[in-house]
Every structure is written in structure tokens, then in C-alpha cells.
Design a protein. Structure first.
Length: 289
């Protein structure tokens, strides 16, 4: 059976870069094993499979090269942007069904936004030395008086605040150690950031490592940018509700990306959030399963 896969770069930065995801439309006839085989052959960090839904506009299943995951930010943005380009959806509100429940999606011009839930914070103070050792860093590399914490807005990420961009660029991940810690805390991965950004007006520059899911580093992670925006608002006391997060600038090769996160604040607390950006269809591939 031949399967056509569209490669779409999500969270592009001024029309370039971004994070490539595979998108398979009309995937109703594929089972989970077949989807995993497709994702493994494509070899990207995530591939999204679009099928019909009884409870949302579309059902999306996300697969890394090694396993299925509940949500994926950049693959969601890639999918809905591509569906918009195919004229299968209009601007405004739409939705996705996932194995972890339904989420709202909003199309605004050439940008797609996905809903995430209110943040949950898990303290890891007793693990900080272990965390820093897994990155080849020490306590002096952290942002002064700000500690790493797990933040979950639908997926759990370890948010690690570094003192500057140079420190973020110099991390030396021990991927076996990262995997063990990620397994221990059921994390997607680490999101390392500093308040330094390449473009004026942006709020942070970040890197994401998720070896537990077969991803050493990726250039844009919408499901991690949401937790980081919550961290910036709640832990760094940045009193705003729209954050711009850069990623991919410190990779080799460079693939610049930007993720916009909009926080919904009710009674001085984050109730929900939307993370999104622009995407660009790059090419199609055909794989046989």
C-alpha cells in the first residue's frame, strides 16, 4: 500500500525555517501499526494522521518514529495549515480529537492556533543537581533565583531557565541521562531557555531535547512553548498575555522558528492558552507499507 505524506514546516520564522512534520490526510483506513510504519519511514520527529471524528472536526493521531504520543504542537499547526491550504477548513474556530480528548483550534489568516489546558507545576528541587549534570551544566548556569520545574499543559516538559543565550548554546546533553529522567517523570523532554532572543520584541530563546521519544533536538515545539509562556507569566512574573518564543536558532543546521502563545487569564490565573504560528508546505513523499 502506497501512502502519500505531505511534509509541512510549522512555526516558520518570516517564511523560512520551522519544524517539519509529516501530514497524512484521509487516514481512516490505517491502523496504529501501519501509522507507526509510515512515521518510521518518514523519519521526522512527528507525523500526523487525519481521519474522521464523531466529536470534533477531525481526528488526529500523532506518531514519532518509535511510538504514538497524545499531542504534538508543530504537527497540529502543520496539519491545520495544510487543511486550510486545501480549502478543507475556513478561517475561525475548528477542533481536533486526540487520544487524550478534544482541543479547540483557531485559524487566523495564515496562522493556526491550538488549545492547551491550564498549567500544572511539579517541583523538582531535589533533582536539580541530577538535571544539571544531564546537561553538562552547574547551578551557576541557571537564571539567578529561578529553579527548573515541570510544567504540564497537556504534555509534561521540564523547563530549565538559563542565565543567557551563551549558556543555552553550550549545553552538552547526556541523552541516556535525559531519557532516564524523562522516564522517571513521564516527560516529553527538556525545554532549555534564556530571556535572550535574536529578534527584538520576542520573549525567550529555547532548545528542546526529547530522546525518550527518539528526538535528540527539534527546531520548534508548540507543546513546550505553551508551558514556557506559563512559566514566564507565573514564575518570572512577566505581566502580559502574549509571548513570542524563538527556537531552532542554536541548532546545527540552523532552522529558525517562532511560536506565538496567547494566555487566557481569569481571576489572575491562566485558565487556557493557545499556541500557534505559520506553516509552509514543502514537498510530498510516498512510502510503501
Amino acid at each position: 500500500m502506497d501512502i502519500e505524506v505531505q511534509i509541512v514546516n510549522a512555526f516558520t520564522d518570516r517564511g523560512i525555517g520551522g519544524n517539519p512534520a509529516g501530514v497524512v490526510v484521509d487516514a481512516d483506513g490505517l491502523n496504529a501499526r501501519q501509522k507507526l510504519r509510515v512515521a518510521s519511514q518518514i523519519g521526522l520527529s512527528e507525523t500526523a494522521f487525519v481521519s474522521s471524528s464523531n466529536s470534533a472536526a477531525f481526528k488526529l493521531d500523532f506518531f514519532t518514529p518509535t511510538r504514538q504520543i497524545a499531542h504534538c504542537g508543530h504537527a497540529t499547526i502543520a496539519t491545520f495549515s495544510y487543511l486550510r491550504q486545501l480549502n478543507r477548513i475556513a478561517e475561525g474556530a475548528t477542533s481536533k480529537e486526540t487520544i487524550d480528548g478534544n482541543r479547540d483550534i483557531f485559524i487566523d489568516g495564515d496562522m493556526a492556533f491550538m488549545e492547551q489546558i491550564a498549567p500544572q507545576y511539579i517541583d523538582v528541587e531535589d533533582q536539580v543537581d541530577r538535571i544539571l549534570h544531564s546537561l553538562g551544566m552547574t547551578d551557576s548556569d541557571l537564571l539567578t533565583n529561578i529553579r527548573p520545574v515541570i510544567v504540564n499543559t497537556g504534555n509534561a516538559f521540564l523547563i530549565v531557565p538559563m542565565k543567557n543565550e551563551a549558556t543555552v548554546s553550550q549545553v552538552a546533553p547526556d541523552f541516556e541521562a535525559l531519557t532516564r529522567i524523562s522516564e522517571d517523570f513521564d516527560l516529553i523532554g527538556y525545554y532549555i531557555f534564556s530571556a535572550t532572543a535574536r529578534v527584538t520584541g520576542r520573549d525567550a530563546g529555547a532548545r528542546m531535547f526529547a530522546p525518550r521519544y527518539g528526538i535528540k533536538e527539534e527546531s520548534a515545539t508548540g507543546m513546550a512553548a505553551g508551558p514556557l509562556a506559563c512559566f514566564l507569566h507565573d514564575r518570572l512574573q512577566i505581566n502580559k498575555n502574549v509571548f513570542l518564543i524563538e527556537q531552532g536558532h542554536l541548532m546545527n543546521p540552523v532552522s529558525p522558528s517562532v511560536i506565538t502563545v496567547k494566555l487566557n487569564i481569569k481571576d489572575q490565573k491562566i485558565s487556557t492558552l493557545m499556541a500557534g504560528g505559520a506553516a509552509k508546505a514543502m514537498r510530498s513523499m510516498t512510502v510503501s507499507i
